[in-house]
Ligand binder design. Structure first.
Ligand code: PMP
Length: 384
């Protein structure tokens, strides 16, 4: 490893190329992407189907206003709606996860005619005035207040608290089916069903933010499918264009019928649409969500066996994995990068999150386990 690979001793610099689950510096040093592409490349880096689709589209037509039909956009729309859970029949494209949530909350308010938004403690939905208002961390919010109003927080995973909060004046309940930024928190069984029942009773819109959990990561195309619950509004982004900036909102008919307009110039432009179409088609046809379930189980079993008491907890679904550490996650992420050429991100102070591309194989999972064992459980590593 050459000196110039690291800045401030913590992050590799000069990443110049990606292929599959690997990233390379200009001088050819390889890193395993265990989450530094932040769930944005489910098919791995430079997947040929996506690269070809983007290149072809750029050469044909880079942009025209979305009020004019363009084939790549029509294809992306059809593929996205087909890939969303049954019951979600129409969709909008937008430019990010934040904008998807912003639109979702607006649609919920206009479709219900109510204003109260219920969000969860430790949630993250984005950093614009509306999405930020439904985000938990005060640190992100205080400098910018007042944000959009009428947001109430309930403890994530607590069905009774949710039942106390949801009423006839509720426009939306917005939840991550598994919380990402909050520390990879999996709610207790039955929680999402309770949210569904409560919103059905009062007429509020149930919004699932699948920005981090979606696109096959949890072993199903959408994490809510693991719980068998379909929301009224599903938002996604990150992996949707395998690395291009694009988000989407899928809705039930009653939301579509009651939604006032939301749009932005670049929404679903021809190039990102080509990426979305190629990404979804490849994920579905090659069954990468099922692969994520298998490799995810393999990875978590091996991690549990190898790390044992050296960590507090390992949790998640598929290839959305959080490791609750006994020490700072930043430091562990740094050691993994510096000593093992593995790139991962913290999710909060003590949780290391693993979000590798879904295409990792068991050999790469083994490499990840070995690197983590040497980093957080060196005694176990020297015994084996
Ligand atoms: N929702 C969730 C659950 C997220 O994890 C994120 C990004 N970390 C967002 C929304 C915001 O998405 P974006 O950064 O694309 O605006």
């Amino acid at each position: 490893m050459s000196d110039h690979d690291f800045v401030s001793g913590s992050k590799p610099i000069g990443l110049a190329r990606g292929e599959g689950p690997s990233l390379y510096t200009a001088d050819g040093t390889e890193y395993l992407d265990a989450g530094a592409s932040f769930a944005c490349t489910p098919l791995g880096h430079s997947h040929p189907a996506v690269v070809d689709a983007i290149q072809e589209q750029v050469g044909e037509l880079t942009f025209v206003d979305s009020s004019f039909p363009v084939q790549s956009r029509e294809d992306a729309y059809a593929a996205f709606v087909a890939a969303t859970p049954d019951g979600l029949e129409s969709a909008w494209f937008c430019n990010s996860g934040t904008e998807a949530n912003e639109a979702a909350l607006k649609f919920a308010r206009s479709a219900t005619g109510e204003s109260k938004i219920i969000a969860a403690t430790r949630s993250f939905h984005g950093r614009t005035m509306g999405a930020l208002a439904a985000t938990w961390k005060d640190k992100y919010k205080e400098p910018y207040e007042p944000l959009a109003g009428d947001v109430e927080f309930v403890p994530y995973g607590d069905s009774e608290a949710l039942a106390d909060a949801v009423d006839d004046e509720t426009a939306a309940v917005i939840l991550e089916p598994i919380q990402g930024e909050g520390g990879i928190n999996v709610p207790p069984a039955g929680y999402l069903e309770t949210a569904r029942e409560l919103t059905d009773e009062t007429g509020a819109a149930l919004v699932f933010d699948e920005v981090q959990t979606g696109m096959g990561r949890t072993g199903s195309m959408w994490a809510c499918q693991n719980a068998g619950v379909t929301p009224d509004v599903l938002t996604t982004a990150k992996g949707l264009g395998n690395g291009l900036p694009v988000g989407a909102v899928a809705v039930r008919d009653w939301i579509a019928d009651g939604a006032a307009s939301h749009n932005a110039t670049f929404s679903g432009g021809p190039v990102v649409a080509a990426a979305v179409h190629a990404t979804i088609s490849t994920l579905v046809e090659e069954e990468w969500p099922a692969h994520a379930a298998e490799v995810g189980d393999y990875l978590v079993d091996k991690l549990e066996a190898a790390l044992g008491d050296a960590v507090r907890e390992i949790r998640g679904e598929g290839l959305l994995v959080g490791i609750e550490l006994k020490r700072g996650a930043n430091r562990v992420a740094r050691d993994l990068a510096m000593n093992h050429q593995v790139l991962a991100l913290p999710a909060g102070r003590t949780v290391l999150r693993l979000l590798p591309p879904l295409v990792i194989d068991e050999g790469e999972a083994d490499r990840l386990v070995e690197a983590l064992t040497e980093t957080v459980a060196p005694e176990a590593a020297s015994e084996s």
